[in-house]
Structures are given as structure tokens and as C-alpha cells.
Ligand binder design. Structure first.
Ligand code: PMP
Length: 454
């Protein structure tokens, strides 16, 4: 789509982008994406690019679904906005809460809403603190998460994330936020000869050690993404989550599953905790709940956490102007119905995930690829200089960056974190689109190898 305006110039004149080194961007100029359909995005020169990242891990249903356009337009006409303060509700939010409660694991059926994943995370933190106050244990306030976790970019979300580059420049993390490591990523952190089981136990033990260091009487909750996402797509080894659950129960620490990426079919079930077989006390979700068409997030509490809050004489003095926005709720309902109707969290989802994972494995033979790994429609590969020794290219991250650029030029979006490359395509992707995506990725890897050789 050609526009008459010089979009790049306007953008460079006035727009501060998220997570961007601005002088670099302004020297190069941004990429301009003008429209999208299915699994494809298009730039202003009409280049067709397969979106291997579903936007920012969110467009589960694919772009341009007329059903969602229609329900958004209809709801805007019927009830463009109303709030949920002052003992008021709408049919949209009531139905969505019921639908989400039906999908979450047994018992996690009290839902409150926000607009972003970070808002869901902040909400969870406040409700955890409130819960322990109501339980007469006000000293239980420490929140433990993991090194390299991503839990959002508000003051609290960034404090809980385990990524120093998003903390130091803002004088974060705040007190009460603690990080345990290593994260459960076998390829990168296992010691020579360490079995996957021993590694899983060592990673879980790091969480237990942190609880003991802080004193269990001071620890409110442990939070984790079922599959760690933005900090480096890291898959938990077998037994890890069961051990974490055991440790949380032992020390009476609430277990929090941050499902912002894993939720709504990404790992093959509705939620990542179902794929990995653990039951949290609290869950946060966003992204896939509306497939990114409109902003909406949710925090779900189990009975243990919700009952004291429901029975309290104090007001739950928390919420947002746009909590449960009717248009967002209507889109979320239709989106979840579609995921169901199309079998994307079910038989069709399982079939296409298998196809995707098989294709991902075919990249193992590429000279640059040290490891491939994935679950559901999530995938990652590690770029290395030496497959045997796992030696990386120098400087760290340069190979990932080169590969990301070659991917874009070859017509596929992959995200790079360091020298790991990620895939998270829309769940509606077809077999032939997966074939096309991996052909483009192989081409980009070949071009990357050539560049790195030179
Ligand atoms: N938690 C997790 C696990 C996430 O992946 C993200 C975003 N990538 C967030 C929270 C924050 O979500 P948002 O960007 O919508 O605030």
C-alpha cells in the first residue's frame, strides 16, 4: 500500500519506539508494514513476508479474520464503552469471564481484566500482596522469578523480569523482587555430562535456595512462564515444573504461571501449565486471548486466593478504566470460539504442530545450527560457529542479528535474542505455508553463513 506521506520521515521526526536504540533507527529508517492477511504481512513496497512471530507472539488466529472485524464493529455500535466500577457489568465481560474460567485448569475460575500483559502482571502482584495481608501474613511479600524471565515493562513487570538491560537504566528492580538462576535451558546451562533430570532438579533447587535465603515466611510467590519466551525461548526439562510445584507447596509459596505467551493454544493446550502438568494458584494472560486484534489481558485466581478477597470487608481497590472493555471482550469471545471451531487447540492444532516441529528438526543438519527445540507452534534454533563445542560467533549476538536481517530480506520474520532465533507463527498456518517458511529460513541461514564466513 503506497501512501502519499513520507511515513519514515514522520516516524523519525516524532516517534519514540519501544525497545529501540533511537539514533540507530533514525539513521536507518524504520521498516513500514502497511497491511496483513492470514500469516502474511506486507511492507510499503508490497513485499510479502511470512510472519513467523505472529506479531509479538500474539496473532494466534492470523491476520484479517472477518469474524473478528464484524464483532468489533457490531459491539462498537451497540456498546462502545462502559466501565465495571460501581457494581456494574456488561454482557460481554460476564460471558468472557465464564468462557475463560471454562478453559483454565480446574479451580482457577475468578477472573479480573486489564489491557496489557504488564497490567495483568501488576494486578497479580497486588492481589498476591493483598491476599497475604488478608491471611494475616503481611511479611510474605517477596516475589521470586527467574534470571532471563520476561514479565512486562511496567515498573513492576520490569522488576520481575530477569533481564538486567531493562532494569539498570531505570534504577530497577524495586525491592521485593528476586531472581533465581540458572533458567531451565539445558543446551546453554547444563554442565558437561549432566543428565537432563539432574539439570532440571538443579534449576528447581536454585528456586528452593532462593526461598530459603529469603526465608519462606517472607516469600509470597514464585512466578514463571511455562516456556520462557522473550528472554530466550527456553523449554523446561522434564520434571522441572513438578519439582517447582512441590517446592512451592512445601514452603507455602503461591505458584504463578505467566501465560501471556503460552496461553490460548500456543503450546498445544489452552495453557502452558496444562501442557507441562502443573496447577498454579494464579495465572496471567494476554496476547492470544484476542489474537492481538484489540488489547485485553486477564488475571485468574484459584479459590484459595479468591475466597478471602471475595469475603473481605475491604474494597478490592484496583482496576482500570478499560478493565473488561466491551469491544475487547466481544473480540476475545469470538476469537476463543474460533480457536475452538477450527480445532486449533485440539486435533488440527496437534496435527499442524507435529508438522511444524518435524520441519524445524530438518534444520539440525545446517552447519550454523547448534540446536533446534520447540513445543506446539513455538520453535527456536541456536546459531553457533562450532556445532561440536557450541562455540559462538564473536561478538555475541552478531550472528543472530545478521540472521534476522537475512530472514527479513528472504521474506520471513524471525526474532533474534542473542544468537537464538525464534518462531511463533499464527496457529492457522497451513502445511504449505510452513514449507514456504522453512524454505525461506534455510535460504536466510545460507546467506548468514556466507556473511559470517566472509
Ligand atoms: N508476561 C510475559 C510472559 C510476556 O511475554 C509479556 C510480553 N511479551 C508480558 C508479560 C507483558 O505483556 P505486554 O507487553 O502486553 O505488557
Amino acid at each position: 500500500m503506497k501512501t502519499n506521506l513520507d511515513i519514515k520521515a514522520l516516524d523519525s521526526a516524532h516517534h519514540l519506539h519501544p525497545f529501540t536504540t533511537h539514533h540507530e533507527l533514525r539513521e536507518q529508517g524504520p521498516r513500514v508494514i502497511t497491511h496483513a492477511d492470514g500469516v502474511y504481512i506486507y511492507d510499503e513496497d508490497e513485499n510479502q513476508i511470512i510472519d513467523g512471530m505472529a506479531g509479538l507472539w500474539c496473532v494466534n488466529i492470523g491476520y484479517g479474520r472477518q469474524e473478528l472485524v464484524d464483532v468489533a464493529a457490531e459491539t462498537m455500535k451497540t456498546l462502545s464503552y462502559y466501565n465495571l466500577f460501581f457494581q456494574t457489568t456488561t454482557p460481554y465481560v460476564a460471558k468472557l469471564a465464564d468462557l475463560i474460567a471454562e478453559k483454565t485448569p480446574e479451580g482457577l475460575d475468578q477472573i479480573t481484566f486489564g489491557s496489557s500483559g504488564s497490567e495483568a502482571v501488576d494486578t497479580a502482584i497486588k492481589l498476591i500482596w493483598y491476599y497475604w495481608n488478608l491471611e494475616g501474613k503481611p511479611e510474605k511479600k517477596a516475589i521470586i522469578s527467574r534470571e532471563r524471565a520476561y514479565h512486562g515493562s511496567t515498573v513492576a513487570g520490569a522488576s520481575m523480569s530477569g533481564l538486567p538491560f531493562m532494569q539498570g537504566i531505570f534504577d530497577l528492580p524495586l525491592p521485593r523482587f528476586h531472581h533465581a538462576g540458572p533458567p531451565p535451558h539445558y543446551y546453554e546451562y547444563a554442565k558437561d555430562g549432566e543428565s537432563e533430570h539432574d539439570f532440571a532438579m538443579r534449576c528447581a533447587k536454585a528456586v528452593e535456595d532462593k526461598i530459603l535465603e529469603l526465608g519462606p515466611e517472607n516469600v509470597a510467590a514464585f512466578a514463571g512462564e511455562p516456556v520462557m519466551g522473550a528472554g530466550g525461548l527456553m523449554l523446561p526439562p522434564e520434571g522441572y515444573w513438578q519439582e517447582i510445584e512441590r517446592i512451592c507447596r512445601k514452603y507455602d509459596v503461591l505458584l504463578w504461571s505467566d501465560e501471556v505467551i503460552c496461553g490460548f493454544g500456543r503450546t498445544g493446550e489452552w495453557f502452558g501449565c496444562q501442557t507441562y502438568g502443573f496447577t498454579p494458584d494464579i495465572m496471567t494472560m494476554a496476547k492470544g486471548v484476542t489474537s492481538g486484534y484489540v488489547p485485553l489481558s486477564a488475571t485468574a485466581l484459584n479459590k484459595r486466593m479468591a475466597d478471602p478477597i471475595i469475603n473481605a470487608d475491604t474494597e478490592m481497590a484496583h482496576g482500570f478504566t478499560y478493565s473488561g472493555h466491551p469491544v475487547a471482550c466481544a473480540v476475545a469471545i469470538r476469537n476463543i470460539e474460533l480457536l475452538d471451531e477450527l480445532g486449533l487447540v485440539g486435533e488440527r492444532g496437534a496435527e499442524i504442530s507435529r508438522y511444524f516441529q518435524d520441519k524445524l528438526k530438518t534444520l539440525d543438519d545446517h552447519p550454523l545450527v547448534g540446536e533446534t527445540r520447540g513445543v506446539g507452534l513455538l520453535g527456536a534454533l541456536e546459531i553457533v560457529k562450532n556445532k561440536e563445542t557450541k562455540e559462538r560467533f564473536d561478538p555475541a549476538g552478531s550472528a543472530g542479528l545478521a540472521c534476522r536481517n537475512h530472514c527479513f530480506q528472504s521474506g520471513v520474520v524471525m526474532r533474534a535474542v542473542g544468537d537464538a532465533m525464534f518462531l511463533c507463527p499464527p496457529l492457522v498456518i497451513s502445511e504449505s505455508e510452513i514449507d514456504e517458511m522453512f524454505a525461506r529460513i534455510r535460504k536466510a541461514l545460507d546467506l548468514t553463513a556466507k556473511e559470517l564466513d566472509a
